[in-house]
Ligand binder design. Structure first.
Ligand SMILES: CC(C)(COP(=O)(O)OP(=O)(O)OC[C@H]1O[C@@H](n2cnc3c(N)ncnc32)[C@H](O)[C@@H]1OP(=O)(O)O)[C@@H](O)C(=O)NCCC(=O)NCCS
Length: 196
């Protein structure tokens, strides 16, 4: 498959436990740089942690979405884990499929799911050099602020029903988070395995 195949053949859907093997294959197909941008760490431990989170999904405070090609291959992965009223998100797309809007669709699915779950905000930690991801988040209405250590950027916004979010964004309005976010790259729900 390639990014030139018709969009209609890619499905965005929630992940389920039975996707473990397909997600394992997806992680094996991801590029090393992309995995580092996603996990902030090299090695197998962050991949194992991701698969462990798959087993703990509740679709509300812990959710995962997949972009799946016509042959069942997972080509994109996105997840959020809520702490109190805000959910931390992270996502990744196979290199051959980037630039076709899949990342945007996955992030939109996370926002819609979090809004339905009644979560107030969503935030993500992105490496300051990762301009693609920062630009994508900004396009979806996230506000970007420098992280505590200046090597990261925290993007955040309120969770609203998607149609509202799109019209607010189209009107140029920034959807600011409910309160300033603290972060510690070693301890966020999606980055707990650094150094392990
Ligand atoms: C960040 C990442 C998830 C983006 O995924 P993606 O599928 O490429 O994202 P999109 O295609 O939705 O958007 C990227 C660009 O493609 C453009 N695009 C959207 N639809 C398009 C289409 N039909 N045709 C061509 N380009 C398109 C978007 O406008 C955007 O352009 P821009 O770079 O000028 O803003 C991907 O680069 C990735 O996996 N990176 C490694 C992991 C990572 O960095 N994760 C983020 C940290 S949590």
């Amino acid at each position: 498959m390639s990014a030139r195949e018709p969009w209609a053949r890619v499905v965005i859907r929630p992940a389920v436990g039975a996707d473990a093997e397909a997600i394992t294959n997806f992680l094996a197909a991801m590029d090393r740089d992309g995995l580092y941008e996603r996990h902030f760490a090299h090695g197998e431990a962050p991949n194992r942690a991701l698969l462990e989170r798959l087993a703990k999904l509740d679709g509300s405070r812990r959710a995962m979405y997949l972009a799946v090609g016509a042959d069942g291959t997972v080509i994109g992965h996105a997840e959020y884990v809520a702490s109190e009223e805000s959910a931390e998100f992270a996502l990744m797309v196979l290199p051959a499929w980037r630039g076709a809007g899949i990342g945007g669709e996955l992030l939109g699915a996370l926002l819609t799911g979090a809004a339905r779950a009644g979560l107030a905000g969503m935030h993500g930690m992105i490496q300051a050099t990762n301009t693609r991801a920062i630009r994508l988040a900004r396009k979806l209405g996230f506000h970007a602020t420098p992280g505590d250590d200046r090597t990261t950027v925290i993007v955040s916004r309120l969770c609203l029903a998607r149609s509202n979010a799109e019209s607010d964004f189209a009107s140029g309005q920034r959807l600011l988070p409910p309160e300033p976010l603290r972060h510690d790259p070693d301890r966020t729900p999606l980055h707990r395995c650094l150094g392990s």
